[in-house]
Design a protein around this ligand. Sequence first.
Ligand SMILES: [Zn+2]
Length: 313
Amino acid sequence: MAEDINKLLERLNFLEEESTRVVSSNMGCNNSQGFEAWAVGKIKLEEKVNRDAMYRVFKSLWFTKEEVNFIALKDVILVKFGNMEDRKRILNLSPCLFDQCLFAMLPYVKDQDTDAYAFNLTPFWLRIFNIPLEYMDRQVAMDVGKAIEELVAIDWRDRDGGWTEYIRLKVMIDVSKPLRRVVHLVSSDGAEIVCAIKYERLPTFCYICGLISHSTQKCDRKKEQSKSNDTSFQYGNWLRAQIGVPNQNRVYWRNGIEVITDKKNMDSDPNGEKQGNEEVNESTGPKGKEKKSKTMRKNRNHVLLQWKNVLQR
Ligand SMILES: [Zn+2]
């Protein structure tokens, strides 16, 4: 549509009146109502979701200082927060769920095509079980987080040895892949430990293939699964961490959160030119594929950087 109009405009000869320049006092000035506070969201469920109900629920749940407005675009939803603080607070609460469905949100980027947003990357709080007490330290937390995808924050809860049952990490998850269930940790004496992962606030996901894009009922592999005699699923409710334990001191928890920052990444401007921060060396594959992979990697890094800037306190 926009392209059609631009093509049309290119061949028109404008009259004198039409050529008069309009200078808006609003353009280019940094007002707090501007796009800097916006976000872009996408519903990550193939099944139908009542968008109007979702907007109502979010508006009532978020307690934003200023009104938030939702505008449905082609396949994404523009979320117009009234100020940066509101957006930062809500993005920090990620994952954002409505009726057990993931609404993936990212900071709005000026002039960026909606296809270029990496909605597959969403931060989740994970609990890693089975780590022997003597290995529960910062380095293991960093290694495990990075092995899963990208570590965003560590919840220390208690630096004086509060980790007992599990370690709690905020990790950027690629939701286009099946949910990761374990991490194989190798101790210094070479012994292998299988650490189980549980996710906090996990949306609806498929127990057959582990994807959060659809429910088990709607899975393409459902027939295949029911034909086989194997009635056990590879994924299940056990991947959900039980939250809301009585006496849980949330204020105390929050004080123990350390946001993991990468100095090299944090120095560059997310809206600037220095988007990519990692050179990709790929010697194999056709050039087109290599270029696409490079672009994807660049996009991924850019999204991680955006998230880290938003989540940093
Ligand atoms: Zn499935």
